[in-house]
Design a protein around this ligand. Structure first.
Ligand SMILES: [Zn+2]
Ligand SMILES: [Zn+2]
Length: 272
């Protein structure tokens, strides 16, 4: 846990946006649309509050959790390697940390250390997204996309039933600004969610996706098919990140399935 990670402008901006969207969705748009004391209003408020709570919970876990540093005593296991290329690849050393880098780890210039199964450094969580907080990051994007879509539906419903002829110009301006914010947030998070669903089902990090583009192109050029080394099947790929127990998939802090993050199943293990 690193509480000082919370002290960053983008992290504070996320808190402000979350608070703004939550307050306006429940106490302005929902109240305006059906009234908070009606049964429909209470039910919508409860569902939206749960989504907001889980978004915040995932966000805090993602910001405060160590993404996974390489153990100081890490030494590559050469016995399990199949080919000279694999031995060479796994004997990578970080020229900044002066230590071996496990497969899938990368050096983050912002965090100034090597991060296990690094996906990317995210300024919005002021942290790297790596082996230990990848699940929380995915759930943050999922709950954020669901919450912002829900909020946009409530906003549009409230807007459509309003008698705009009798409203002031400033209120119209406020609704237009909220509409731009809601639709922008919603579209961004849905796009991000779709992108990460693609990566998770192929067991790829963002870095590996870009690294793999050239390898895939070279393979295609020589008439071969390319498959990502860690893509061991969509369902297994998902369980490697979210865990074996489906009931715990949606809980950001349920990470007991994680190991030391230095060794990963590969397509070679599956085919052997
Ligand atoms: Zn390093
Ligand atoms: Zn980082």
């Amino acid at each position: 846990m690193k509480p000082k990670k919370l002290l960053s402008i983008p992290v504070l901006a996320v808190f402000i946006v979350m608070g703004f969207v939550y307050y306006n969705t429940v106490f302005v748009f929902l109240e305006d649309w059906v009234g908070l004391h009606s049964s429909v209003g209470s039910l919508n408020s409860l569902i939206f509050s749960l989504l907001a709570f889980f978004s915040l919970y995932s966000f805090l876990f993602c910001v405060l959790t160590d993404p996974g540093c390489v153990p100081s005593n890490y030494v590559p296991d050469e016995e399990g390697q199949c080919s000279p290329e694999e031995i060479h690849k796994n004997l990578r050393r970080c020229d900044k940390c002066y230590a071996y880098k496990p497969p899938r780890s990368h050096h983050c210039r912002v965090c100034k250390s090597c991060i296990l199964k690094m996906d990317h450094h995210c300024i919005w969580v002021n942290n790297c997204v790596g082996y230990r907080n990848h699940k929380a990051f995915l759930l943050l994007v999922l709950y954020g996309a669901l919450g912002s879509t829900y909020s946009t539906v409530i906003f549009v419903s409230s807007t459509l039933q309003k008698d705009w002829a009798s409203q002031s110009g400033s209120l119209k301006g406020f609704y237009i600004a909220c509409g731009v914010l809601m639709v922008g947030l919603c579209m961004s998070l849905i796009t991000l969610l779709a992108w990460h669903i693609y990566l998770v089902t192929h067991n790829m990090t963002t870095i590996e996706y870009y690294e793999g583009l050239r390898t895939a192109w070279l393979a295609r050029k020589s008439g071969q098919s390319y498959r990502h080394l860690y893509d061991v099947g969509a369902y297994r790929n998902i369980t490697l990140i979210l865990g074996q127990n489906m009931l715990k998939w949606l809980c950001p802090v349920s990470v007991s399935h994680l190991k030391d993050g230095t060794d990963f199943p590969t397509t070679r293990d599956s085919s052997s």
